[in-house]
Design a protein around this ligand. Structure first.
Ligand SMILES: *[C@@H]1O[C@H](CO)[C@@H](O)[C@H](O)[C@H]1NC(C)=O
Ligand SMILES: *[C@@H]1O[C@H](CO)[C@@H](O)[C@H](O)[C@H]1NC(C)=O
Ligand SMILES: *[C@@H]1O[C@H](CO)[C@@H](O)[C@H](O)[C@H]1NC(C)=O
Ligand SMILES: *[C@@H]1O[C@H](CO)[C@@H](O)[C@H](O)[C@H]1NC(C)=O
Ligand SMILES: *[C@@H]1O[C@H](CO)[C@@H](O)[C@H](O)[C@H]1NC(C)=O
Ligand SMILES: *[C@@H]1O[C@H](CO)[C@@H](O)[C@H](O)[C@H]1NC(C)=O
Ligand SMILES: *[C@@H]1O[C@H](CO)[C@@H](O)[C@H](O)[C@H]1NC(C)=O
Ligand SMILES: *[C@@H]1O[C@H](CO)[C@@H](O)[C@H](O)[C@H]1NC(C)=O
Ligand SMILES: CC(=O)N[C@H]1CO[C@H](CO)[C@@H](O)[C@@H]1O
Ligand SMILES: CC(=O)N[C@H]1CO[C@H](CO)[C@@H](O)[C@@H]1O
Ligand SMILES: CC(=O)N[C@H]1CO[C@H](CO)[C@@H](O)[C@@H]1O
Ligand SMILES: CC(=O)N[C@H]1CO[C@H](CO)[C@@H](O)[C@@H]1O
Length: 817
């Protein structure tokens, strides 16, 4: 019955609802309740229809009888019926429907105190996932109702990630296991998860939430070997380690071992070329192969410059390293080139050499210089310049590198060198004698050198030698203090490379100086020689004289006496003197210089040959004995003469002043003279008057004093006085060692005058003859010299006496014969 009614009510309700007419005049307050299982509940059912005849609650719990009330409350102290569906009904009179009801909505709920997450792989409270494997977690709810109002929310790290409802519509409480399927990533490792049960019963009921504990999840993965690989290879640069390119990841952290050729290797060790190959990673027992290629970037070692000679083989060597083996490219002016086997000047230039492999590319630049030696020197010719004029010499040559010039010549201040535009110019201003000589221009570069020598002639230049000896002249005495002589180059230019040497200077020449030894350097002719580039080798000889005064000077003669008119040779012997050529010998007779100078007549005694050099007085410099010889003719007046010789060393302006001299001790020479009878006291004719004896006195001069002897007829008287008694010829003879002379006196008797007249005539004739003879003798002297000299004072004396003496006239005649 009840079911039918319900059907009816429902049917009517449907219609009423559809028509918008509320047919059942019941009001429920509240019309719906939410009540926790076991809690009290009450609903006031009331009606405003007065025609109600009964009212009642039909319920599994708290149902009431029909009562004739306007309101009736359904009350349950502890609602325990999950499916309770109380219904308030009224019975109506005179109504189209006799009964109507209203059902409040009663929701009985229950909600768990706690919920929990479960999973079939959990470890130490953590949920364990394998990456990318879907795994189920469950949110276990012990008992809850109504389930349709329950949603299960999943939170990861506090953020909602999933909401699920139970799907059940049962009012009855039941346990719920809400699954959550999840495929975790490694990023979610250590994330925390919880599930939440949410029951929203509002507005009538509460909103309930309960959350599980948070669970950490572990996402297990790996081991995974991750490498940066190219074309299935791990490509490493030299120096990089395997560990920098490969990582082994996994959770939990795997145990990893790196191996190559069965050996364990350190992945952090830098690898070098040659260590390419298959490496293995054993991670948690799994073995992975890693093909490794160790590459090194190209290394290109080339000289930055390469200099070679034309036509020489190309010796450029570059070393290339790198793996894989780099490819080498040569670029010149941006175009790829290949250098020929031998280089020519067109190959000079800048090259870029590129070595590249898969790792990288490097390049270097290389400058190639192709050298060639200097060409023959041009434009340099022999030249001539006037004294004081200007001239320049030009030297030019072509080569690579551009040649440098070096001149070699005798450098003086008036010469200047300048190089410009590959040409060297040598300018000589105001040419002097020192500028003449040879000029050599050397042009050189690294490859070769050439030179050319020309001669510069200076017109009007005197011969010069750039040597100065100081002192330039030296006259030093034997065993005097030594002197130092220096030879230097004048004009001096420090750029000149010269060599000075002494020759014939014994071993006392040291460099430019020479020390004279005053005890022995008689014959040295120290000669200073200079060798300087550009100037012919020239030398100067030190003009030095080592002199020595003679040890002694003495005069000797053939004998200690000489006959008048005879030649006497006097010899001055000078012992041990040097240099003999400077000797000046003066002869003194008494105190007078009688032979002012005797020069050149010096000779060396005992010299075998006059021509022998060792006998040449003018050449000998060492001490010698020399003699000076003179011939003297002494006349009767001299009787006894002293001769001295004085020698002087005339050493010129550098010598001592006054010149030193030495005088010999005198040599006394006695002059022997023949007797000469003094005719003044003894006329030729002595008139004697008969009966008167006449005393004839014969005096004669001579040395040694002559003995006088008179002879008459047969009588001879050795007395200067003779008494003539009779007419006759009286003969006076004067005799000494030298000669004897006689004088004849004619004693005549007085009365005879005729002889006197005849004598006068004869004198006249004789005078004429004398004049003639005189003229003739002058002529003869001029044509044929004889020793006889008219200067002989004797002749003059006799001439005065000739007037009386015909005998005397014969004298010149006999001498001439
Ligand atoms: C997981 O998280 C907790 C707390 O945030 C932390 O202490 C722990 O070290 C973490 N573990 C790992 C493996 O990350
Ligand atoms: C050479 O290397 C430099 C960098 O080192 C680069 O700038 C240049 O372009 C390279 N030259 C060539 C010709 O490859
Ligand atoms: C040239 O040289 C001489 C002597 O060396 C000198 O007297 C003269 O003044 C010089 N002339 C010039 C122009 O230098
Ligand atoms: C050497 O010096 C002397 C003066 O001491 C001089 O008379 C002579 O002429 C000089 N000789 C030379 C070659 O210079
Ligand atoms: C010789 O020398 C002395 C001094 O030594 C001097 O008085 C004398 O005049 C000199 N004689 C001659 C001839 O020069
Ligand atoms: C000769 O004797 C006279 C008179 O005694 C004298 O004057 C004269 O000098 C003598 N002549 C010579 C040459 O000795
Ligand atoms: C020389 O004669 C004189 C007289 O006539 C006489 O006195 C003298 O003694 C004589 N002398 C000698 C050496 O005979
Ligand atoms: C004089 O005497 C000398 C010798 O005593 C003799 O030689 C000479 O002839 C004499 N003269 C004359 C004219 O007799
Ligand atoms: C409200 C309602 O219907 N009231 C009715 C009750 O019954 C009397 C008579 O029977 C009616 O007159 C009312 O109208
Ligand atoms: C217990 C209770 O609340 N009863 C009420 C039900 O409704 C009527 C009319 O609305 C009231 O008069 C009652 O007091
Ligand atoms: C109480 C009430 O009014 N009852 C009436 C219902 O209607 C019938 C007639 O239709 C009456 O007889 C009742 O008195
Ligand atoms: C309070 C509340 O949300 N009640 C709901 C419970 O579930 C049913 C069926 O899903 C809903 O119709 C209610 O409104």
């Amino acid at each position: 019955m009840k079911g039918r009614r319900t059907f009816i009510v429902l049917f009517v309700g449907f219609i009423l609802t559809a028509t918008g007419v509320s047919a059942c005049p019941i009001e429920l307050s509240p019309p719906s309740v939410v009540v926790k299982y076991g809690d009290p509940v009450s609903i006031n059912c009331s009606t405003w229809d007065s025609n109600v005849t009964g009212m009642g609650w039909e319920a599994s719990q708290g149902g009431t009888d029909v009562q004739e009330v306007q309101h009736l409350t359904w009350t349950v102290d502890s609602l325990t019926d999950w499916d309770t569906a109380p219904s308030c009904f009224i019975n109506l009179e005179n109504s189209s429907m006799e009964q109507c009801e209203k059902k409040p909505t009663v929701v009985v709920y229950t909600f768990p105190e706690s919920i929990r997450i479960t999973s079939n792989s959990s470890r130490e409270g953590a949920l364990v996932f394998r990456e990318h494997e879907e795994m189920e977690m469950f949110c276990d709810i012990a008992e809850a109702a109504p389930l349709q109002n329950l949603t299960v929310n999943w939170y990861k790290d506090g953020k909602l990630v999933s909401t699920a409802s139970s799907g059940s519509s049962s009012n009855k409480p039941s346990g719920l296991r809400s699954p959550y399927r999840h495929s975790a990533t490694r990023l979610e490792n250590n994330s925390t998860w919880r599930c939440e049960a949410h029951m929203d019963l509002r507005p009538e009921g509460p909103e309930l939430r309960v959350s599980s504990e948070e669970h950490r999840i572990e996402v297990h993965f790996g081991p995974e070997v991750q490498c940066f690989e190219i074309a299935w290879h791990i490509i490493l640069l030299e120096g990089e380690s395997l560990g920098s390119k490969c990582r082994v990841e996994g959770y939990p952290t795997p145990t990893v071992e790196w191996q190559k050729d069965g050996q364990t290797v350190d992945p952090s060790a830098p690898l070098s070329r040659g260590q390419s190959g298959d490496y293995y990673v054993v991670a948690d027992g799994l073995r992975y192969v890693i093909p490794v290629v160790v590459m090194s970037q190209p290394e290109l070692t080339c000289p930055s410059t390469y200099t070679t000679v034309e036509h020489a083989p190309n010796g450029i060597s570059c070393t290339v390293k790198g793996y894989p083996e780099p490819q080498v490219t040569w670029l010149k002016d941006g175009e790829e080139v290949t250098l020929p086997e031998t280089l020519t000047s067109s190959d000079a230039g800048r090259y870029v050499i590129i070595a590249s492999n898969r790792v990288s590319s490097v390049n270097v630049t290389l400058d190639v210089f192709v050298n060639y030696p200097p060409s023959q020197i041009a434009e340099l010719e022999d030249a001539e310049v006037g004294l004081g004029a200007d001239v320049s010499l030009k030297c030019s040559s072509v080569g690579n590198p551009r040649p440098t010039y070096l001149w070699s010549y005798f450098r003086t201040t008036n010469v200047q060198e300048q190089s410009e535009d590959g040409v060297s110019l040598l300018s000589i201003r105001n040419a002097t004698a020192y500028n003449r000589g040879s000029y050599t221009c050397h042009a050189s570069n690294e490859v070769g050198k050439v030179s050319k020598t020309v001669t510069l002639t200076v017109r009007g230049a005197a011969d010069v030698c750039p040597i100065k000896i100081s002192p330039d002249g030296m006259v030093i005495p034997y065993q005097g203090p030594s002197q130092l002589v220096k030879c230097s180059m004048v004009p001096h230019d420090p750029r000149n490379n010269y060599k000075i040497s002494w020759e014939d200077a014994s071993d006392r020449a040291v460099g430019e100086t020479w020390l004279v030894n005053t005890s022995q350097d008689w014959d040295l002719r120290p000669t200073c020689t200079i060798k300087v580039a550009g100037f012919e080798t020239c030398q100067k000889t030190l003009n030095y004289t080592l002199y020595k005064m003679p040890d002694s000077v003495f005069v000797s003669a053939d004998g200690s006496s000489v006959v008048e008119g005879r030649r006497l040779q006097l010899r001055c012997l000078i012992v041990n003197v040097a240099p003999a050529r400077s000797l000046v010998v003066r002869w003194y007779r008494g105190n007078d210089i009688f032979e002012p100078r005797v020069e050149g007549s010096l000779e060396i005694p005992d010299c075998p040959f006059e021509s022998n050099a060792s006998c040449d007085v003018s050449a000998i410099r060492s001490p010698v004995n020399v003699s000076s010889t003179i011939d003297v003719v002494l006349n009767r007046e001299h009787r006894s003469v002293q001769f001295r010789c004085d020698v002087e060393l005339n050493l010129g302006p550098n010598g001592p002043d006054p010149p030193p001299n030495m005088t010999s001790s005198p040599l006394t020479i006695t002059v022997l003279s023949k007797p000469i009878i003094n005719a003044t006291k003894l006329p030729k004719t002595v008139p004697v008057f008969r009966g008167y004896p006449e005393e004839l006195v014969c005096e004669a001069d001579g040395h040694p004093p002559p003995r006088i002897q008179w002879s008459y007829r047969s009588t001879t008287v050795s007395n200067s006085t003779f008494t003539a008694v009779e007419a006759g010829l009286y003969n006076c003879t004067a005799t000494n060692e030298v000669d004897s002379s006689f004088y004849v006196v004619e004693v005549v008797l007085k009365e005879d005058y005729l002889p006197l007249i005849a004598g006068f005539v004869a004198v006249t004739v004789v005078a004429i003859s004398v004049v003639f003879l005189f003229i003739y003798s002058i002529y003869y002297k001029n044509t044929k010299m004889r020793r006889y000299s008219f200067k002989n004072p004797k002749l003059g004396n006799h001439n005065g006496n000739v007037a009386h003496n015909g005998w005397d006239l014969q004298l010149p005649m006999t001498k001439l014969s």
